[in-house]
Design a protein around this ligand. Structure first.
Ligand SMILES: *[C@@H]1O[C@H](CO)[C@@H](O)[C@H](O)[C@H]1NC(C)=O
Ligand SMILES: *[C@@H]1O[C@H](CO)[C@@H](O)[C@H](O)[C@H]1NC(C)=O
Ligand SMILES: *[C@@H]1O[C@H](CO)[C@@H](O)[C@H](O)[C@H]1NC(C)=O
Length: 207
């Protein structure tokens, strides 16, 4: 894998950034098609003009835009250099306010673990636990709270679930019915050979 890091350095202030696998090729086209079919939701996620279809590896607030962050990311990606990462898109499902595509890719978990291991010391300490975490059943709730405290993210290590978010709406039942009516054939694949870091918009989007 190679690293694509467009971070302008120099300003030491906390910022949120998403380390991710950008979708490529047939999988990118499939995610775009699904996203366009879900337009009836409200366009809050828009792969046509604004957002990058991606699999998040590590989303957190960082202390600073620094050389240390770029070199820690680079060392994680070097460690992944020999990974062959074939990603297959799975079924579409509703997860609360999100419409998601499941992803089958054991290498995504390995890549996430490597990125978190190499970089979490540079994440902002003492980040707040997102509200939705408190609504989860145990043991996920306690594990995610511990992960936020330690790593600044509720979705790492055993709580990592590779997915692509393709739609969002505040009304959960409209998400569920849009997904139920979706004409979508799983199975598009791509070879993930780039790890990218990007700034984030609302609802976990990458700009
Ligand atoms: C996603 O796919 C994996 C197998 O690749 C499966 O174990 C898991 O249950 C699926 N999750 C959903 C939400 O469909
Ligand atoms: C991440 O760190 C844990 C704990 O030290 C270790 O068990 C695991 O193998 C590491 N994973 C990767 C991919 O570096
Ligand atoms: C952590 O955050 C809480 C509130 O979010 C604050 O009360 C506490 O002082 C913080 N602790 C540290 C060590 O910054």
């Amino acid at each position: 894998m190679a690293l694509l890091a467009a971070l302008s350095l120099g300003l030491c202030a906390p910022f949120t950034a998403d380390v991710h696998l950008p979708l490529l090729g047939a999988a990118k086209a499939a995610a775009l098609a699904v996203n366009q079919k879900l337009r009836l939701l409200n366009n809050e996620i828009d792969f046509g003009t604004k957002h990058t279809p991606h699999i998040t590896l590590y989303l957190t607030e960082w202390q600073c835009r620094s050389d240390a962050l770029v070199s820690a990311l680079r060392s994680a990606v070097v460690q992944l250099a020999t990974q062959r990462c074939r990603v297959t898109l799975g079924r579409a499902y509703a997860a609360g306010k999100f419409a998601m595509l499941n992803v089958s890719a054991p290498c995504a978990r390995v890549a996430s673990d490597a990125v978190v291991n190499a970089t979490h010391r540079l994440a902002a300490p003492n980040q707040s636990v997102p509200e939705w975490v408190y609504a989860l059943p145990e043991p996920a709730r306690s594990e995610k709270i511990a992960d936020v405290r330690r790593f600044g993210s509720p979705n790492v290590f055993d709580q990592f679930r590779a997915h692509v978010s393709v739609g969002w709406a505040s009304d959960e039942s409209s998400v569920a019915s849009a997904v139920a009516q979706l004409a979508y054939e799983p199975g598009a694949t791509f070879r993930a050979d780039v790890v990218a870091v990007g700034s984030t918009g609302a609802h976990g989007t990458v700009l």
